[in-house]
Design a protein around this ligand. Structure first.
Ligand code: SF4
Length: 314
């Protein structure tokens, strides 16, 4: 069985829940803000990954949680590893097993979606970065055809499905959002669709700016014409009900070192990554981040316009 790089596990302080942060990605999104995309971490087999996550959870919670989120990087790039990981979580009694994916590999493999579901997956979040293939290729380096196919295939299963798009002024705005909404409505009128604002501060390339509140609202209105379950939201609805009740997480590294980390610590990781991978001095990166940082007012207004769908993505 192959190994995957594991950057760390994250344990929620709100309720027992564990994230698996796997490294490596098959896309090269210009606006990516995830250091995990570039590989690294500790190479572990699925069994080793499960064992260390189990040890971390038992040490912190005294029991195994019921909820697991698998993210990265891109979790699907090693099919056997992922299936084994999901199966192992299912066998250990996890009731919510959520995959965050760009969908590309799932759409290229006829059986991937159903095999994931048979292994115990209960929910998938798929990003549609753009509907127009030329924009998608420019932004990610890959065609979006497999991504759209992944959405169809996952929708054909009985698991929860959430589709997401980042609104990027000048690149993915109303026209793209409308095309995506029409596509999704054709797949399933009730599909859950979330629009997130581009956040240039930590983006690998600052290809766009932060959308205005009005642009976000307008995009939401457009998507809502086709989809009753559209939502504007912050990126992690589980950890950020409104307002965020907590701003720290427990990070457990694969050697089982524990650290309580804040949003500031996460920002430091991103600054270090940008400085390293762009060969730029840290101070220069910090200045760029400060220029682009979301203001408190912006986040507050965005919270105000956040709407929950009728049956609740909360
Ligand atoms: S944004 Fe996600 S899919 Fe795109 S390169 Fe980064 S980790 Fe990969």
């Amino acid at each position: 069985m192959g190994k995957r790089g594991v950057q760390y596990f994250t344990l929620s302080e709100i309720e027992p829940r564990v994230w698996f942060m796997l490294t490596g990605c098959n896309f090269r999104c210009k606006g990516c803000f995830r250091p995990a995309r570039d590989g690294g971490g500790t190479p572990l087999t699925p069994e080793e990954t499960l064992k260390r996550a189990e040890q971390a959870c038992l040490r912190y919670y005294g029991e195994l949680p019921r909820k697991a989120m698998i993210t990265g990087g891109e979790p699907t790039i090693d099919r056997e590893y992922l299936l084994e990981l999901v199966r192992g979580l299912n066998e250990r009694g996890f009731e919510e097993i959520v995959l965050m994916t760009n969908g590309y590999e799932i759409g290229r493999d006829r059986n991937y979606a159903s095999d994931l579901v048979d292994s115990g997956l209960t929910e998938a979040h798929v990003d549609i970065k753009a509907f127009s293939d030329d924009i998608h290729r420019w932004y990610t380096g890959k065609s979006n055809k497999p991504v759209l196919e992944a959405v169809r295939r996952l929708n054909d299963t009985d698991i929860e499905l959430v589709v997401q798009t980042v609104y990027m002024p000048g690149i993915v705005e109303d026209e793209e959002i409308e095309k995506i909404a029409i596509f999704l409505a054709g797949v399933n009128h009730d599909i859950k669709y979330r629009i997130n604002p581009f956040a240039p501060a930590f983006a690998f390339e600052k290809v766009s700016r932060r959308p205005t509140i009005e642009e976000m609202e307008h995009a939401y209105e457009i998507a809502s014409r086709y989809l009753p379950n559209a939502i504007i939201s912050r990126s992690c609805y589980r950890e950020y009900p409104t307002p965020p009740p907590q701003e720290t997480w427990i990070t457990v590294y694969p050697d089982l070192t524990f650290r309580r980390r804040t949003i500031k610590d996460q920002e430091e990781d991103r600054i270090a990554w940008l400085s390293r991978s762009k060969s730029k001095p840290r101070d220069e990166i910090v200045n760029e981040v400060e220029e682009e940082r979301d203001s408190f007012e912006y986040r507050q207004k965005l919270e105000e316009v956040t709407r929950l769908p009728p049956h609740g993505l909360s």
